[in-house]
Design a protein around this ligand. Structure first.
Ligand SMILES: O=CC(=O)O
Length: 342
């Protein structure tokens, strides 16, 4: 009997490739559970997921079965043969990686797949926040021509300082786009990046980044050390009238502190694609007309969705073939070699 791989989420772009990739090496099955209890009880003998050794996972699957938190991971390890979770996104904050480590389950993600889409989405949000394009469009669509739009309150991008928190692939791609205006680019990362262009200036702390930036853009993953990292102190260290952009994860920012700063004008606007409790959006955010708000679509384009699906499925296929995909998440790199189907 072939091993089975379970798709927790739809494959939208690469159905044909999916068939070819697993032909003769694994049986691909689909999620039928609408609850966590059904999911966890379906790996046993005679259950619909019996024989599954690996999962493909989209965050959308949380709607039915919840996040892959520690209780789910431990129960999965107790009741199934699953040894690999291939997350189909670059963020993997919905999976408790520490619990996976304890139970010998490997996790891969899709770094780089949506680098261009996310960087260009951030660029759009920055332009919209400084020039009020989203507000201008809303004005036109509501039949009021320029009523909402006041050019005296808008600003050019050229010559401003962009502070990038996290100079990974997306941060660097955005830096390159913004440098073209030109903007002055400064960044802070856990460590100074090697081989970045000379015009990308490293500053030694988040505080220094906030002191100098006109626009602060967040490009770090969500984990225990980044959660809430941009709070009251950091926001108030930004100059009055600054712009905050977040296309990373909502929980990196203290939302209450951000809303207070919008209310008293310390932040002139924010450009958000992500929120702490998606799909819920705090209704107060909708009351600031200059803010540019999107429903977590920044990383999605036909090209990046296709690349992401192929990359996640490639990681699954490598596991089924007894290899290790390139995309094991950093926290589990030391575990490589400990996970096999047999
Ligand atoms: O949010 C998108 C991603 O994590 O890829």
């Amino acid at each position: 009997m072939l091993p089975r791989v379970l798709l927790c989420g739809e494959i939208e772009c690469v159905q044909d490739e999916l068939k070819e990739m697993f032909d003769g090496i694994a049986e691909v099955i689909r999620l039928v559970s609408e609850s966590r209890s059904h999911f966890l009880s379906s790996f046993g003998p005679g259950g619909p997921y019996e024989g599954s050794v690996a999962l493909y996972r989209l965050n959308e699957s949380s709607e039915g079965i919840g996040k892959f938190d520690a209780p789910l991971i431990h129960a999965l390890a107790d009741t199934s043969m699953v040894r690999w979770i291939a997350q189909s996104s670059s963020g993997y904050d919905e999976i408790d990686v520490q619990a996976c480590k304890e139970r010998g389950i490997m996790v891969s993600n899709t770094p780089g797949a949506n680098e261009d889409a996310t960087a260009t989405a951030t660029l759009y949000l920055m332009l919209s926040c400084l020039r009020h394009f989203s507000m201008a469009e809303r004005s036109l669509r509501s039949g009021t021509w320029r009523t909402l739009f006041n050019p005296a309150q808008t600003h050019d991008v050229t010559g401003r300082t962009l502070g990038i928190f996290g100079l990974g692939r997306i941060g660097l791609r955005f830096a390159r786009l913004a440098h073209a205006f030109p903007m002055r680019i400064i960044y802070f990362s856990r460590r100074k990046a090697e081989s970045v262009p000379d015009w990308c200036e490293y500053v030694s702390s988040v505080e220094e980044l906030c002191k100098q930036a006109d626009v602060l853009s967040l490009h770090v993953p969500l984990n225990q050390s980044t959660a809430g990292m941009i709070g009251e102190k950091e926001i108030r260290t930004l100059r009055r009238g600054s712009v905050l952009l977040n296309t990373s994860r909502g929980r990196i920012v203290d939302q209450e502190a951000m809303i207070r700063a919008l209310e008293d004008g310390h932040l002139s606007s924010v450009g958000l694609d992500v929120y702490p409790d998606e799909p819920h959006v705090d209704p107060r955010l909708l009351t600031f007309p200059r803010c540019a708000l999107m429903p977590h679509v920044g990383g999605d384009s036909a090209e990046s969705d296709r690349t992401r699906e192929l990359q996640a499925l490639g990681n699954l296929r490598a596991f089924v073939l007894g290899r290790v995909g390139e995309d094991v998440v950093p926290e589990l790199k030391t575990e490589i070699g400990n996970s096999t189907i047999l």
